[in-house]
Write a protein that binds this ligand. Structure first.
Ligand SMILES: *Cc1c(COP(=O)(O)O)cnc(C)c1O
Length: 469
């Protein structure tokens, strides 16, 4: 039989979909999506046959079954492109690829409440007339940061862009060569300057910048001085940096505003988080930044948002910039942000904000959970793997304390007779999918980023990835 004969076994799209429906593959999936996935997979199969692929072996019934199984997998894979919750066992607390901060229970409820019904998004209940959405969380942000005024936009990239455009369109912005940062996902400061309509003036060198360098660069055409956080790198050795306070004093002296891009917005004492040396938003404001910008979904632990806090004058100018309308947050964001900020106002942030709770979970607690998981996995996996508790380090991630490692405990799984890569791939097909890290040919589960209520599920997922118990 030549490969071409295999064409006889290819079902029609209709036939295939009817079969998958009978097998329950359509459950909860839109039919059009299934049809699209089936059609693409059948075309691929036909192309392979016409391209001269070796014929499938086995009886006619077996070949037909193999093709239907292939179609079932194609539908599963197409569903894997949907946005779903995953279990993060990587130990990277603010993981940009995994959606950054999970929300607190209160924040989730707040989102649900304002999405189920109408809300006072732009209606002032005190005055009984039209109100402004950006006043909703302003007081909380001012109280928590010590700033005079605050504005919320879609993300921190937007906040930086808006600050630059408002203060320095057609003008120059002075920045140290050591701070021309690139954050993943195509945020590169030199390009942001260009798009904002401002001109970047670099001063100093990669490792050393002095106050005199800034002083020499200030001219009548200077719109702002900028400082950006080294979110994902460090410069060590023969280094000199101008402090934010010095920049602020210079700015005040020459009448030029200072923009401080903090990256991760920290609202609690960093010593409590074990990351001393990172600057909080309040410290940025106190040091004299005219406007400080930060993300809502990094160490603040709320929804994706960009927050700018600063002087009444500058925030008012940003608010009236037409760009602000294009960058404004939705009600779901504001509801989640408001609820998250309430945890800080209440003094309960370390327990209730999930990223802070994860960072501050004591190692002993993680060790006890790891012990328990090793016990059940060792029993379930038998001689399919060696399972042990391992000392590891978690990372804060998301552009805060880039090199800082937090001691943690995890589960080390060394598979036998199957590669770690196969298990890792199988874990992506579990529902919800599980994301892990690997070390040599072993799987490492860092429990710091796993909610204790997910421990049982995680254990079952591992057994499933090994092919069941
Ligand atoms: C993360 C980060 C940004 C981008 O923030 P988004 O909220 O992702 O838009 C900008 N600047 C710095 C310093 C950052 O760390």
């Amino acid at each position: 039989m030549t490969g071409r004969d295999d064409l006889r076994f290819i079902p029609s799209v209709d036939e295939a979909v009817r079969h998958l429906e009978a097998e329950g593959v359509l459950d909860g999936r839109p039919r059009s999506m299934v049809v699209r996935a089936v059609r693409a997979a059948l075309e691929e199969e036909r192309g392979a046959i016409l391209g001269g692929r070796e014929p499938r072996t086995g009886s006619e019934a077996e070949v037909r079954r193999a093709i239907l199984e292939l179609l079932g997998r194609a539908v599963e894979r197409a569903s894997m492109r949907n946005l779903v919750a995953v279990v993060n066992a990587t130990g990277v607390v603010v993981h940009t690829n995994l959606g950054r901060a999970p929300l607190s229970g209160d924040a989730i409820e707040a989102v649900a409440a304002v999405s189920r019904a109408y809300s006072n998004l732009e209606y002032d209940l005190v005055e009984g007339r039209r109100g402004k959405r950006d006043l909703l969380v302003r007081d909380a942000l001012c109280e928590l940061t010590g700033a005079e005024d605050a504005l919320v936009v879609n993300n921190n990239a937007a906040a930086v862009m808006l600050a630059l455009n408002t203060l320095a369109v057609g003008r120059e912005v002075v920045i140290s060569r050591s701070e021309l940062i690139e954050i993943g996902g195509s945020f590169r400061l030199p390009e942001v300057f260009e798009k904002s309509g401002s001109r970047m003036v670099e001063v100093g060198s990669t490792n050393r910048t002095h106050l005199a360098d800034f002083e020499a660069a200030i001219r009548s055409s200077t719109g702002a001085i900028m400082s950006a956080h080294w979110s994902n790198y460090e410069i060590v050795g023969f280094v000199e940096r101008v402090s934010l306070r010095e920049l602020a004093e210079l700015g005040a002296r020459v009448g030029v505003p200072v923009i401080h891009d903090l990256g991760s917005g920290i609202l609690v004492d960093t010593a409590q988080l074990g990351i001393p040396g990172e600057m909080t938003v309040a410290e940025s404001v106190k040091a004299g930044a005219t406007v400080s910008t930060f993300s809502g979904d990094k160490l603040l632990g709320g929804p994706q948002a960009g927050i700018a806090v600063g002087s009444v004058d500058v925030i008012a100018r940003m608010r009236s910039n037409p760009l602000t309308r294009a960058l404004r947050p939705g009600k779901l964001t504001l509801a989640a942000l408001q609820a998250t900020l309430t945890h800080y106002l209440d003094g309960t942030a370390l327990e209730k904000v999930p990223v802070l709770a994860a960072i501050t979970t004591p190692v002993d607690e993680l060790a006890a959970r790891a012990e328990a998981m090793v016990g059940s996995l060792a029993a379930g996996l038998g001689d399919r793997a060696d399972v042990t508790v391992t000392e590891i380090t978690s990372r804060v991630g998301g552009g805060a304390a880039p090199e800082r490692e937090i001691p943690s405990r995890g589960v080390d799984i060394a598979p036998k007779g199957v590669s770690a890569a196969t298990i890792v791939a199988n874990l992506l097909e579990v529902s919800p999918p599980v994301i892990v890290r690997t070390r040599e040919d072993r799987i490492i589960l860092d429990l710091r980023t796993v909610s204790p209520s997910d421990d049982d599920f995680l254990g079952k997922a591992i057994l499933e990835a090994f092919g069941g118990s």
